[in-house]
Each structure stands twice: as C-alpha cells, then as structure tokens.
Design a protein around this ligand. Structure first.
Ligand code: NAI
Ligand code: MG
Length: 339
C-alpha cells in the first residue's frame, strides 16, 4: 500500500528541488502517494491565502508533509507562511542535523551537530505593535508549556539517539525573564533525564566557540530566533545551505523541509542543490518507518542515503559545493547509484 504525504513544492527554487526529490523517491521505490497543496506565492497566485486553510487541513489529515521553501511577500501585511504553518500545526520542534559529508571538504572534519530549535514562540511569536508613530515593539514570548515541551523533546532526542550531551544557548543574563524561563524549564525537565549531560552557554560566546571548533558540541537547544540564525551559521560549517535538512515536528504532525529559503538569486536557473530537501525526505522516511514499521520505507531511505553519499564522494556535485552539475543532473547522479 502507499502512504499519503502532503507535498508543498514552494516558491523560488522550491519547485525545482521538489521535482528532483520526488523523482529520486520514486526511483528508490518509496511507497508514497503525493497530495499536492499550495502555500506562499504559489497560493497567492491562485487567488488563495498565503497559508490556505485547505493546506493546513491536509497536513492535519495526513500527518506528514514534505515542503519546499516558501516566500512571504514583505511589507504587504502577510504573516510569514512558515511562522503560520509551525504555529497553527503546533510543530514546536525544529530538528536540524548538521553533518560533515565525504566529498564536501570544509574547514572542519567530523562536524556532527543537531540543532533543536523551539519553533512556535520566542521572538518569532508574531506579536508586533506600533506604540506611537515613533515606537514599535516585537514581543518575545516564553511560556511554561512551550519551554517545557521543547526541553522534553530535546532530552528525549539525546537519549533516544544515544547522543553525547545537550547544550542550551541563551541570553538569560539580559533577557532574565524569557530566557530565564527557558533555562528553568530545561533544569526542571533534566530531573526526568538525569542520565543526559547538559550545559548552558551564553549565545554570543557559544557562537564564537562553535566556529572555533564545532566538534566540541553535540546537540544544541535554543529559542526560535537563535535557532534560525545558528542553523544557517552551522550550515556554513559543513558546506552551506545546500546540505542541511530539517524537520518541524509536533505531537501529531511533521513537516520536513530544508533549512534554506527560496533562493531568489538562483531560482529558475536549474542550478539549486536538491540535496538539502533530499536529506529532509530521508528524515521523513525514517519518521514514517518508525510510525508504520514498513520495511519498504526503510529500504528506500537507506538506499537514497547511500546513493547521495556515493555521488558526493565520486565528485558529483552542484555549483554551491564547487561542482558543475545542475539540479536535475545531480538527481540523476543519485538515481544511477541507487541499489
Ligand atoms: P536563502 O536560504 O533562500 O538563500 C541564501 C543563500 O543561499 C542564497 O545565496 C542562495 O542562493 C543560497 N542557497 C540557498 N539554498 C540553496 C540551494 N539549495 N542550493 C544552492 N544555493 C542555495 O535565504 P534568503 O535569500 O535570505 O531568503 C529568500 C526567501 O526565502 C525569503 O523570502 C525568505 O523569507 C524565504 N525563506 C523561507 C524559508 C522556508 O520556507 N523554510 C526558510 C528561509 C527563508
Ligand atoms: Mg532560516
């Protein structure tokens, strides 16, 4: 039987990388049935809302989605597509593995980080106000519920995956209440995960240490805005945004997407790297395998992972990684290496 997955192709390079990934998944025999839905500019273009209710309903119904990057028009009163999606579906944990790849040489070897980003509150709560004509505010929100559930999810992740430790990036020395609550919740939840080592770092010094030697870190937990920034920073340690996948996971639903955006500077040229979305799709298959236990899903995930690693070590790379392949050519290089 086939498992339904909502597909949001996205904007900019979104449709290009989504097409490539769908082809690889098909060639790998992943038993998926795609349910295409719109969001972002693509939805606006069809006269719909930037985050249509029907798309949210489809994800609620099928529980799993693969999503390309979406563009939210700026200065036209729209709330970010991604913020809406994550908040409305309660996808409170963004999990983003950042790993060195064979065949993608960078300044560092053996980088193996996972960023756990709180995805629904913090500085991206979306609450902004004009106080006077000269003063505006953006509210940073931290709740006991929001901080405890992300802390629990992060500890569970470390425990379940046998990771080494959890490091919390924060700025509680300045934002004593919001980041203070974040730290309190981590300390409280640690009582249930006392076998998981954890420490805390003030984020600015933490970033300095991260670029000096990323191999000293393991799993990083932080508030929404910090997680956004540190994800791109960490991507830069392993070859860039073309190679970092991600997931947005709540209690019921999960949306898998790359860390990168719609890359308007290279959109429509057929040169975007589809690997970050392909890796996200492997995360999705692993999630579905845990859920459904179907060995065909597991086999597809393993085969795709082995094939892209082989392609990279054979020097098959897109421009962002110093190669010369286009999006489709890289997808074909992966497909020809599927077992
Ligand atoms: P971006 O991530 O789209 O691009 C940053 C740089 O990385 C650009 O030079 C781009 O060409 C390059 N890049 C990104 N992905 C790449 C890939 N797969 N292959 C090769 N090069 C790649 O960030 P930017 O330009 O700040 O944002 C563009 C738009 O994307 C904005 O509208 C933003 O709101 C949106 N965005 C959407 C996200 C999502 O839907 N999850 C996440 C981040 C941004
Ligand atoms: Mg970002």
């Amino acid at each position: 039987s086939k498992y339904p997955v909502v597909l949001i192709a996205g904007d900019g390079i979104g449709p290009e990388v989504s097409d490539a990934v769908v082809e690889v998944l098909k060639a790998a025999g992943a038993p998926l049935e795609w349910i295409s839905c719109d969001a972002g500019l693509a939805a606006l273009g069809k006269g719909k809302d930037v985050m249509p209710e029907e798309t949210l309903d489809a994800v609620k119904k099928h529980h799993v989605a693969l999503k390309g990057p979406c563009t939210t028009p700026v200065g036209k009163g729209f709330t970010s597509v991604n913020v809406q999606l994550r908040k409305k579906l309660n996808l409170f944990a963004a999990i983003r593995p950042v790993r060195s790849l064979d065949g993608v040489p960078t300044r560092y070897e053996d980088v193996d980080l996972v960023i756990v980003r709180e995805n629904t509150e913090g500085l991206y709560s979306g609450v902004e106000n004009r106080i006077t004509s000269n003063v505006v505010t953006t509210l940073k929100i931290a709740t006991v519920e929001g901080t405890e559930r992300i802390a629990k999810r992060a500890f569970e992740y470390v425990q379940k995956r046998g990771r080494k430790k959890l490091t919390v990036f924060h700025k509680a020395n300045i934002m004593k209440m919001s980041d203070g609550l974040f730290l309190d919740s981590v300390a409280k939840l640690h009582k249930d995960f006392s076998d998981v080592p954890y420490d805390t770092q003030i984020i600015d010094a933490g970033c300095m240490k991260l670029v000096q030697d990323p191999t000293k870190f393991d799993v990083l937990l932080m508030e929404n805005f910090y997680g956004d920034v540190v994800s791109d920073l960490a991507a830069g340690l392993v070859g860039g945004l073309g190679v970092v996948p991600g997931s947005n996971i709540g209690f019921e639903d999960a949306v898998f997407e790359a860390v990168h955006g719609s890359a308007p500077d290279i959109a429509g040229k057929g040169i975007a790297n589809p690997l970050a979305l392909l890796m996200s799709s492997v995360m999705m298959l692993n999630h579905m395998y845990e859920k459904y236990g179907d060995k065909q899903i597991h086999a597809a995930a393993e085969s795709i992972k082995a094939a892209y690693n082989k392609a990279l070590s054979d020097g098959e790379k897109t421009g962002d990684l110093g190669g010369s392949l286009g999006t489709q050519e890289f997808a074909k290089a992966v497909i020809s290496r599927l077992s």
